[in-house]
Design a protein around this ligand. Sequence first.
Ligand code: NAP
Ligand code: MG
Length: 491
Amino acid sequence: MAKAAKNNTLKLKFDTINYAPAPESKSSATIDAQYDLFINGKFEKPLSKKYFDTINPATEEKLSSVAEANAADVDKAAKAARTAYDKVWSKMPAKERAKYIYRIARMIQERAREFAVIETLDGGKPIRESRDIDVPLVANHFFYYAGWADKLAYAFPNRNPKPLGVAGQIIPWNFPLLMAAWKIAPALATGNTVVLKPAETTPLTALKLAEIIQESDLPPGVVNIITGAGATGAAIVNHPDINKIAFTGSTDVGKIIQRAVAGTDKKVTLELGGKAANIIFEDAPIDQAVEGIINGIYFNQGHVCCAGSRLFVQESIYKEVMRKLKDRIATLIVGDPMDKNTDVGAINSKQQLETIHKYITIGKKEGLEIFESSCTLPKKGFFCKPTLFTNVAQSSRIAQEEIFGPVLAIQTFRTDDEVIEKANNTPYGLSAGVWTDKGSKIFNLTTKLRAGVIWANTYNKFDPTSPFGGYKESGFGREGGLQGLGTYLNV
Ligand code: NAP
Ligand code: MG
């Protein structure tokens, strides 16, 4: 009898993970065969005469050819941004600026489905995430900062806030459209003009945003969107007539940028890597915490700067948490990002998949215990099974270095002080999570953890009104909220 019951539960579990495919239609999205640079309100052929391919990481098929901006193209974009700043944008009444930002927000909402589909095709994240998280947050970010545009004097009383001028903005591939919104919306609200470069592997939604910006009648040159790889980013950083660099990406490139702008009068904000601790106390609601762990590290394939990539479980509940976590991992659906059932989509690029595999090999060589999902991966495309390591030492590279993939490092602890010390013992300080029933414990930890963002009894929740940013090697400056305005102003 007991055996039969066990078989039944196994069968049920099997059935629940065999959903019929529910693919999102591609018909809402048009992707052109070729994209030029968006400079001074027009799509212009690159002076470099060069183009590169962007592919769908889930199928390895080419989606489009995209212009590769060289230093001369960057110069052209910076000049357009300067002219627009001097002649139009810095002189426009703030409430008029706000109207354009509201219009862009509304147009994004109207074309939300198209943006979600293109984000998923170009970057590999599940359609459910692009549709329900990324794109709504993008529209909210524009709405939120549109509201601030004519209230800067109230935001910074008696400080006569003034824009900086031209902002050069460089963003990564993990939240392509959302990072563009985080950069462009506060810059426009504060009266700056923009030259933005998306990442090489995910340029398409930024180029779609350029189409919207063009249709919104935003004065030419206020926003310029230019595509390319690292060299294009470096040309933006080194351009003499750009007043501010806003960068989101790896700590390595962040350090290069900091060196490049040292001794110039450019202002800089750097949003860099992370190695967040997600901490589960014995009095936590365990089932919710397990969902939070899953959301923290397997959400967006772990391509999240604030991913809960280190898990600390209090010893007394370790066995229970591990059992529930492994059961939950077994039900995660890994595969076609365009399928609405998919939980874990494609790794963004072959190179990133190789990096993740390198770390999995390191973990095995270090003698850590590995557990991975038993799912079958698609034959084409870049995919990685949700993976976790246990028996992880504090000194392990798996616990110290950012992997940026669906790989979790698990450690145990006994006391608050012990976990605070372990959690703080990394070069990073972007985010953390605390799961407990006790408010006092939450306050104790949030004051002692060196992290810019700390979630309590939830994880990976974003809101335009909340400032986001890091300590230590996770960078400096804040995006979002009132604080996100200040970094685009002289006050
Ligand atoms: P990355 O390699 O540093 O690239 C970020 C951007 O910088 C890309 O547009 C890249 O161009 C460009 N770039 C590369 N070399 C450059 C150079 N020498 N000068 C100027 N720009 C240069 O980072 P990634 O691998 O795309 O993104 C993952 C990283 O971003 C992770 O470390 C993650 O933690 C971090 N991240 C942080 C936050 C945050 O808010 N703190 C948010 C998201 C991501 P190409 O890609 O075209 O080469
Ligand atoms: Mg791509």
